[in-house]
Design a protein around this ligand. Sequence first.
Ligand SMILES: NC(=O)c1ccc[n+]([C@@H]2O[C@H](COP(=O)([O-])OP(=O)(O)OC[C@H]3O[C@@H](n4cnc5c(N)ncnc54)[C@H](OP(=O)(O)O)[C@@H]3O)[C@@H](O)[C@H]2O)c1
Length: 232
Amino acid sequence: MAVAVVTGASRGLGRALARALAAEGWSLVLDARGAEALGALAAELEGPVVALPGDVADPAHRAELVSAAQGLGGIDLLVNNASVLGAEPLVPLAEQSLTGFAEALTVNTVAPLGLVQEALPLLRESGGAVLNISSDAAVEAYETWGGYGASKAALDHWSAVLAQEEPALRVWSVDPGDMRTAMYAAAVPDDDDSGRPLPEEGAVPALLELIGSGAASGRYSVSGRTAKEWTR
Ligand SMILES: NC(=O)c1ccc[n+]([C@@H]2O[C@H](COP(=O)([O-])OP(=O)(O)OC[C@H]3O[C@@H](n4cnc5c(N)ncnc54)[C@H](OP(=O)(O)O)[C@@H]3O)[C@@H](O)[C@H]2O)c1
């Protein structure tokens, strides 16, 4: 049975992807800080699931996640999805608190690399995949998205370098497109997000296709993709 570690699984995209992977028969190790929501998800899923509440920025917690995956048989897929904005609502860089900027870098960029480093021996063993959830804000200069966008740009960059250094793995950096989630509502509270798709409506089916396709390492964008386009 294939094993996936999914961070930020208590709501939004992470929760929807965890549900979909469980339905496909994956064994799961799930993370988020909110123990209650994470526990509720674990209780709802069938199959082997280990829910470990904690902060991905904490090295001891990252070690726990990998150790739990080892207990399930290894790691075939590591999904670095947990993220923060660094300011809620988002503000121009002139007003961006440096504490918030540093938090975005720590959670969105540094912690995922720490988890990859911890998981590398198991990923090498399985010839597994790393799926880093990025954003269009990594490549587009949207006003007020500077701190968060910088953290995702750095995530994209080290993903591309890791892919060169670890050719036996697949390393995907994926922009999931806009989604109706708590993060989007917190980023732009005045924006009417009712037209945006829920994660399960667009991003999750596309990510499942990507995972199933075994596509080459690289940066991908969910919008407008078809299953065929994941393989190149
Ligand atoms: N929504 C969009 O329109 C959009 C667009 C482009 C990219 N994205 C990306 O898509 C991914 C999912 O976003 P989303 O919209 O689903 O966000 P969300 O609803 O805010 O969910 C974020 C998840 O990350 C967890 N998390 C945050 N900080 C954490 C930490 N330090 N340690 C462990 N878990 C942590 C949260 O749980 P706790 O608070 O309980 O820890 C939650 O489960 C993110 O990488 C985001 O950057 C989103």
